[in-house]
Design a protein around this ligand. Structure first.
Ligand SMILES: [Zn+2]
Length: 80
């Protein structure tokens, strides 16, 4: 794997809050309906689609924030 991947190849995601923490949810590759399904944050924590809310003052997930800091995901505005 090369270190010089163009930024366009970096997956995108956005901060959401669920459970006890804020997590980053990857942006789905398509617009497939998510109703009734579970979606996984970067760290692998699952949340039923639609139960996440806007980022708030909960603690941030160490794994998700680490991925953001490492540049493994590009933050985009929440689609909601
Ligand atoms: Zn997380």
């Amino acid at each position: 794997m090369a270190d010089d991947q163009p930024t366009e190849d970096v997956p995108t995601g956005y901060w959401v809050a669920f459970g006890y923490q804020n997590h980053v949810l990857p942006v789905p590759a398509d617009d497939a309906p998510r109703a009734g399904t579970k979606v996984a944050a970067l760290c692998g924590v699952l949340v039923p689609a639609g139960e996440e809310s806007e980022r708030d003052d909960r603690p941030v997930c160490a794994w998700c924030s680490g991925e953001v800091r490492a540049g493994n995901v590009r933050l985009v505005p929440s689609p909601s």
